[in-house]
Design a protein around this ligand. Sequence first.
Ligand code: C2O
Ligand code: CU
Ligand code: CU
Length: 481
Amino acid sequence: MNRRTALGVIAFGGAAALVTTRFAIIGSRAESKPAIRVPRFEVPLKTPAVLNATKRTETQDEYDIVQSEAEQEILPGHATRIWGYQGTFPGPTIRVRRGRTAVVRHTNRLSTHTVVHLHGGRTPADSDGFTTDIVMPGETRTYTYANQQRASTLWYHDHAMDHTGENVYRGLAGLYIIEDVEELSLPLPKGAFDVPLLLQDRRFNADGSLMYDTFGHEGIQGNVMLINGVPWPRMEVSTRKYRFRILNGSNARPFRLALSNGDPFILIGTDGGLLAEPVAVRNLPLAMAERAEVVVDFSRVPVGSKVFLMNTRERPELQQLMRFDVAHRESDNASVPSRLSDPGFLSRPASVNTRTWALQRSFSFRHGLPPFIWTINGQHFDPDRSDAKVPLGDIELWRLRSEGGGQLHPAHVHLAHFQILERNGNPPLPHERGWKDTVGLEPGEEALVMLRFEQFRGRYLFHCHNLEHEDHAMMSRFDVV
Ligand code: C2O
Ligand code: CU
Ligand code: CU
């Protein structure tokens, strides 16, 4: 199905910008069942449960997760079969303390094989979730995370070779938050005012089941916006500051976030934790897998106002993602300090090894393969081939380049966070001036990044985080030696 026709199935009450439609009609025209009416800005936002440790010792926390199928009411009045960590979509949030080891035992009770990757994690190779380190149905695998890294918002998600897109789409993703004493001592909004927003778009069949087109090499986009698994939610807020940890957990939908009242986001953190200083941004691009931590200040917004979180990359009628209803007057004890942290950036050595990673679309004439395939430096992914051997502890420059295909490619590196030195020869965008593990590259764009792999040797991955591109070979293995 052509994406434009598919999106055309959604009926809206009006086409003009900023028209709020109260529901969307979804479901394929080809099906005989009546389409589903999905209310917009009616269902309250939920926050994924925080996972309790099974056991705590002096130095480590142990967790047990069962990957299972479940029926969940995502669209009001309809049951949707999901594949979830603890049977939930999204999975529970794992909150850990820096320096304490987390041991996470995953048991696969699904009918498909899985792999768990901690995105943004500095983890030993055998716990990184290399795409062929599969856990078969009925098996259990233990992943060990050292958490010797900055306080930050990471996420864990499936990484099974050729099946990551579908596994994540059906629910295998959750947040993983590392806290530390330094960050907790800051006067930033905390507790109920520190809210994750996991953005995912999905498409449903008329019977409420998730529709996944496995042949979508371009990347699957949905016509229902889910935030923390809730369609087009609303959230009641008070006249005070909130911290939002925003993750683009979509398979293939990029965002450019904005607030409908024109207020800026106070950006405080990126993929790898807090920035040195906060920066106000009115437009916040967020490619797949990128995170942005922002403070939104509702203190000057009149009670009774409604503020929308917008995706200004889309046509006007698709822009509204969720609604904040400013409902209560409340005093605010939180603040955003002008100095947030010391990111401990690297300094660029006089001589340094540089590698280029070109993300490309190539044609394939091999029988049984799609007519085109996504490649890196001209090659399809092969788990047995190492495309780079990077010495442990060396600083390197990586030139990440998007060549062709006409689509955004979020370039993602496992194991290390990087600093973006240049984007298309210019300084990086405001939201790219902290530690990053993913950078969104529009067609023809290039980022020059500096990075250093520390602590662990072994095989890791570099890939495009459009999950259908990744599943269609846009991935490389590198080895830290
Ligand atoms: Cu978000 Cu290789 O992963
Ligand atoms: Cu990753
Ligand atoms: Cu891509």
